[in-house]
Design a protein. Structure first.
Length: 190
């Protein structure tokens, strides 16, 4: 299965969200540019749906940036993109959550979550400003498809650092070794 087929669900969700946001922003700016409210008219408007959509998109960006930063900031762009691939592969399987945040924070607060920073207290430590900014930028570029993911992990849904030996690793198919991480596909070996 090529990468385009694997990313199809995540791409559709991202494109739908981006389309809604662009249409809403365009309509809002157009209406605002032409509207002249009467001086006596003051109406409290309900919170628009676009605020919810925009908040969700911002949260998804933050969750992806956190995964890139905490899991692979020392691995460079290639390592961070590999982590992003795992996030999207997990979304595509439907077994780990249906959004970036759901996947990244699955099992948070429990022992043994896939993205260790969500369980080990790393979020409480200060971030390195330059590395965080690079992770935020790469996350945005991935979400807007300015930077394409190329499936360098071979469809991996799991990974671990080379210096650990998780008990689940022998039961999965190893697909790649990128930097200090080993990647696995979620199917059982035959």
């Amino acid at each position: 299965m090529d990468y385009n087929q694997q990313m199809s669900r995540a791409d559709r969700v991202l494109l739908a969200v981006a389309g809604v946001i662009l249409a809403t922003v365009s309509a809002t700016f157009g209406a605002a540019a032409n509207y002249r409210a009467p001086v006596s008219a003051v109406v409290a408007a309900p919170a628009p749906a676009r605020d919810t959509v925009l908040s969700g998109l911002i949260a998804e960006h933050r969750c992806l940036a956190e995964a890139l930063y905490y899991e692979a900031r020392g691995e460079g762009s290639r390592g961070e993109k590999a982590v992003a691939e795992v996030v999207f592969h997990r979304i595509d399987t439907g077994h780990f959550g249906h959004s970036i945040c759901a996947v990244v924070y699955e099992g948070a607060g429990k022992r043994g979550c896939q993205f260790s920073f969500a369980c080990d207290g790393s979020l409480k430590r200060p971030r390195e400003a330059a590395a965080w900014e690079r992770s935020e930028q790469l996350a945005a570029q991935i979400l807007t498809r300015e930077v394409a993911l190329r499936n360098t992990t071979g469809g991996a849904t799991h990974y671990h650092a080379v210096y650990v030996r998780p008990d689940w690793a022998p039961s999965l198919e190893q697909t790649a070794h990128i930097g200090r991480h080993i990647f696995y596909r979620g199917s059982r070996k035959s």
